[in-house]
Design a binder for this molecule. Structure first.
Ligand code: ZN
Length: 209
């Protein structure tokens, strides 16, 4: 076949399937559509920080009181180890999601009290315990920094000698990890060390979840 002078490079090929009326391939329209849909639905759930503070305090302080040590893997009664960290907090102050995720469990546990469990990407879960109020329901999606509840003294934190705190647990691939390894800035609990030492001397058992 003779090639007309004004024929473009596509002359002689089979027409592309799925051309839009204006001639732009349909897949471009679909791609743009999916990108817009993704942006509208997923952008709010982007984690702008590797980890957001679960409390509004300017610095996070680990619980060290007469009933125990709130550090990760601190000894607990019955040979157990503390699976999270205890962050000192005022009662009823907001508790926020450290990363975007889905609420997988809201419940009451003997030790943890009222708690919320979130599932995040990369096989990460976070648990917020001893809560007073819970503001989310199972199945809900939450954004990083969303308030999910308030600090309480439920579960075994109800003891009057236990400083009000948030028990924060982070689990990766089923194994508890130190939440500080995600980059939470924790202040050294200098002032309260004496209290712990005195408590240790007097033979108090390590308590609290
Ligand atoms: Zn704890």
């Amino acid at each position: 076949m003779r090639r007309p002078l004004d024929a473009g490079p596509g002359f002689g090929r089979r027409p592309l399937l799925g051309m839009s009326p204006r001639g732009a391939p349909l897949w471009i329209g679909m791609l743009v559509g999916s990108l817009v849909t993704w942006t509208v639905t997923e952008l709010p759930y982007v984690n702008w920080h590797p980890v957001a503070s679960p409390l509004e305090a300017s610095s996070l302080i680990i619980r060290q009181d007469a009933k125990g040590d709130g550090r990760f893997l601190a000894p607990r009664s019955g040979g157990r180890r503390h699976q999270g960290i205890d962050l000192v907090a005022d009662l009823h102050c907001p508790v926020r999601a450290i990363r975007s995720g889905t609420v997988v469990q809201v419940g009451v546990h003997r030790g943890l009290g009222r708690f919320v469990e979130l599932e995040h990407r990369q096989h990460l879960h976070s648990v917020y315990a001893h809560l007073d109020e819970v503001l989310v329901e199972a199945g809900a999606r939450v954004r990083q920094g969303t308030q999910i509840g308030t600090v309480g003294k439920t579960g075994n934190a109800r003891h009057r000698w236990i400083t009000p705190h948030l028990h924060l647990e982070v689990v990766r691939d089923g194994e508890p990890i130190d939440p500080q390894s995600l980059g939470l800035p924790i202040a050294e609990p200098v002032a309260s060390r004496l209290v712990t030492r005195l408590a240790g001397d007097s033979g108090h058992e390590q308590g609290g979840e």
